[in-house]
Design a protein around this ligand. Structure first.
Ligand SMILES: O=C([O-])CC(=O)C(=O)O
Ligand SMILES: [Mg+2]
Length: 193
């Protein structure tokens, strides 16, 4: 298992800044306030609106891995809901990121599993496939390979290629130190009369 920073340890915005501001999954939002995730990607590429591949993923996904799904950006069918997320919780995965939609959002917040998605709809999924597990995919226009570092917070989701994690973490920590100085300078400001 990769040893990535814990959820919330580094802001997604700062990690993206440390990648020259690249790496953010466009249009993917947390489904409840305060949701945070961090872990290695487990990838699924599915036919839009079809969740057979997600059920297949739950046969092999490991504790702490983040289920990342390219659902073609489809907003018309929910790929997950309360029942799928119960499975995710029982298996102690790190969370779920969907380039697609979800439903049962009140229950997702109660379950406390961090879920990020493009859309919410009450319409349920098809369950016939096809799908691919473990390939390089895209979420919100960002490439994701198995094992890449995926992190999410209230601002959204970023993906760091596995080979760049150490460098990006160092860069983010340096940026955080610089931000502390700017914060202190802001606090010294006084109104100009
Ligand atoms: O029916 C589905 O596959 C999606 C859903 O609502 C659930 O997981 O609760
Ligand atoms: Mg449901």
């Amino acid at each position: 298992m990769h040893d990535y920073p814990k959820p919330g340890a580094l802001p997604v915005a700062t990690v993206s800044d440390a990648m020259d501001r690249f790496g953010v999954a466009d249009g993917i939002r947390p489904l409840w306030p305060g949701a945070q995730l961090s872990g290695p990607a487990f990838t699924v590429w599915t036919r839009p609106g079809d969740n057979k591949g997600l059920h297949a993923a739950f046969e092999t996904i490991r504790r702490g891995e983040v289920l990342v799904v390219n659902g073609g950006g489809d907003a018309t069918r929910a790929l997950i809901g309360e029942l799928v997320v119960q499975k995710a919780k029982a298996l102690a995965i790190g969370g779920i990121v969907l380039d697609g939609a979800a439903r049962d959002v009140a229950e997702l917040a109660e379950l406390g599993v961090p879920v990020f998605a493009r859309a919410v709809t009450p319409a349920g999924p098809w369950k016939t496939g096809p799908y691919l597990i473990g390939s390089t995919i895209a979420v919100g226009g960002v490439p994701v390979s198995p094992g890449d570092w995926v992190l999410g917070d209230d601002d959204g989701v970023a993906v760091v290629p596995s080979g760049r994690v150490a460098q990006v973490v160092d860069g983010a920590r340096t940026l955080i130190e610089g931000e502390a100085e700017r914060r202190a300078a802001n606090q010294r400001l006084v109104p100009r009369d």
